[in-house]
Design a protein. Sequence first.
Length: 365
Amino acid sequence: MTASLSRPVVLGLETSCDETSAAVLDGDNRILGHVILSQDVHEVYGGVVPELAARAHLQQVDRVVDEALSRADVALEDIDVFGVTAGPGLIGALLVGVCWTKATAWALDRPWVAVQHMEGHLFGPALEEVEAEPPFIALLVSGGHTLLLHATQWGAYRLLGQTRDDAAGEAFDKVAKLLGLPYPGGPAIQRISKEGDATRHRLPRPMLRRNQSVEDAAYYAFSFSGLKTAVVELIRTLGDDIEDEIPHVAASFQEAAVDVLVSKTLRAVRETGCGRILLGGGVSANTLLRQEMARRLEELDAETGPRAVHRASLRLSLDNGAMIARAARFRFDQGERAALDQSASASMPFPGLRGGFRAGDSSRT
């Protein structure tokens, strides 16, 4: 079922952290086959161990690709374009995917495309919502990155703000570990927060002040290290009472983190006049974040034109091969092809981004 290169069948491969994932898209961007294999070996360590992640990818990549092809009912020879996450991420993990893709593309005499991981997250919602097209304000929140962008069109992005220290997902993981909750921290905190009272403990909202203006360098910037430190101090203050307070502390932390993320995003809506928001990255699966973003956008007193919050399903919010295949198709359509001497990069720049981008150095991307 080989397609013409104007409407190619694309295989996307994701190995940037601790998910090995492959997906096949047809010429209409429909997902024909999709497999996500999450590594559970890291749970006992409370975080991703890079060497173990790379080894697990190496052991599973052939099996994951074969299963995605089987579900799509296509052969490897039917793939017209190969796309792979080339960065940012854990360098050893990235190299597994890049080397597999490069070798396979060379052997089949097919083009391959090196995809920037966070741009991949932009395309996740577009696979499920036809309206998830620019212009929009994008909040990309994951274990390694927190980015606020204004996308005027695909491939043209203006960086408004990013984290100056811990990423949002990293903060969730670290706070969960402080509270004795399992890894990954985001889902664990969300679950136990349902049993807690978020108003019981007041935690700070870092870099969020009412008297800030757009000229303030911190207006769109994020910082979560201070919030994490506040949780440390709260736990120390509670002492022996911490066991009974864990749900309340978790709920208070989640509310504070979500408040900062939503407030900064709505600032961008006010300043740009763009009322359409796209949420991407693993943290975007957080239920409170999705609910608060939609509620506060609807209540926002500003002229923004059409208003909507676009977000992917849980499956496509986490690291996955489908979003990489979709981003690869876009880059391929722009005439981009990766050379055989191109490699993975732990600090791969965000393509088409004005304003700079500092790749995270945390254990999750």
